[in-house]
Design a protein around this ligand. Structure first.
Ligand SMILES: [Cu+2]
Length: 368
């Protein structure tokens, strides 16, 4: 209600200002038979200067209020470099933005139309052209080169050859199917045809392939600290995007085109909580849980592609643990091959007619 009233007041103020300006124009019209823009131009100048101040104060407030809510420090090896690149780019373009906006609005104020003042005609200056072409070219080339250098390190072919933990994630409307390769470290073959894909075997796993017998599905993405992980990504229906914001990982999942991403988590969930417990915003109480926010912090897997009406529900918890804890978790997992078909390892989130979130287990797994 307060937001609506504030909005209404702002709109009404704007209408009043427009009407005052219009009334001024009409009175000027009546005075000397022609409209004088001089006064209007002066006011435009003041408004533009006011807008400049409003814009900077507003931006500063946004940074102050929303800054602490933004993503915490990166929890992966390459994430630190990605953050460095992002911050460097923001700093450079931020400085340019501030300087150009000050020049733009100040000039509009300082040189507004006034009686007896004629605009200076200044059509061309070679030195200026060279300066504002060469400097941005050098700066942007530098930024792009830095980005490409880091990207080549992120997708280092040598890292690709190292032993990595391999996990498969397939996006579908509106769920992630996360498959681990089990004890043998190898995935069972998938055959996408009518004989293999069914409501109880959505991935089309070939049960004749012995490698499939220890594959298991997980409702959470379990990762090991400092252990490189290769995510093999796919989609079953439309475009999805595999997004691990805390690890600065994002890769599209495309039907029919396998994609992949490899990265190394560097902080366990517990370590991240310990770090966040030192951050002021994370120390505040979450009204939903009654606890400090850091205590319930979870890494998150989300879909970053607007893929349909329940896109928001494509979310899973990510847990980073030490090797020992991972081994304990691994020992508790049941392979799909032996899991009863009705055992739900997947939760589908939909909305009902009243737009309320409904979580429904899907009995999509189990042998055919
Ligand atoms: Cu999606």
């Amino acid at each position: 209600m307060v937001a609506f009233l504030t909005f209404a007041i702002v709109v009404l103020l704007f209408v009043v200002l427009v009407l005052i300006a219009r009334a001024q124009e009409l009175t000027a019209d009546l005075k000397d038979g022609k409209v004088s823009f001089h006064n209007q131009s002066k006011w435009n100048g003041y408004f533009l200067l006011g807008f400049l101040v409003f814009m900077f104060v507003g931006s500063a407030m946004c940074f102050k209020i929303l800054g602490p809510v933004m993503l915490p420090i990166a929890a992966s090896e390459h994430g630190v470099k990605t953050d460095f690149l992002f911050n460097t780019t923001m700093l450079i373009i931020g400085i340019v933005f501030v300087l150009t906006q000050i020049a733009l609005f100040y000039f509009a104020y300082r040189y507004n139309e006034s009686k007896g003042h004629e605009a200076y005609y200044y059509p061309h200056n070679n030195t200026l052209e060279v300066v504002w072409t060469v400097i941005p070219t050098i700066v942007l080339t530098g930024l792009i080169a830095m980005g490409m250098y880091e990207w080549m390190h992120i997708f280092d072919p040598e890292a690709r050859n190292k032993k990595m933990m391999v996990i498969e994630a397939t996006g579908k409307q509106f769920n992630w199917m996360i498959r681990y390769s089990g004890k043998d470290g190898k995935f069972g073959e998938r055959i996408i045809d009518q004989a293999h894909v069914s409501p109880t075997n959505e991935l089309g796993i070939n049960w004749e392939d012995p490698k499939s017998h220890d594959d298991f599905m997980a409702d959470k993405l379990y990762l090991v600290k400092n252990k490189p992980v290769l995510m093999k990504l796919g989609a079953q229906d439309v475009l999805h995007s595999f997004f691990l914001p805390h690890f600065r990982v994002k890769m599209d999942c495309v039907p029919g085109i396998p994609t992949e991403f490899y990265f190394t988590p560097t902080k366990t969930t517990e370590e991240m909580r310990t770090y966040l417990s030192t951050q002021p915003w994370w120390q505040t109480i979450n009204p939903e849980t009654g606890q400090p926010r850091w205590q319930t912090f979870k890494y998150e897997l989300a879909c970053a592609e607007l893929c349909g009406k329940s896109h928001f529900g494509m979310q899973r918890d990510v847990v980073v643990v030490e090797q020992k804890e991972y081994d304990e978790w691994l020992a508790k997992q049941t392979p799909i091959y032996v899991a009863p078909a009705a055992e739900a390892t997947s939760v589908e989130v939909t909305t009902d007619s009243t737009n309320t979130e409904v979580k429904k287990p899907t009995a999509m797994l189990g042998k055919k």
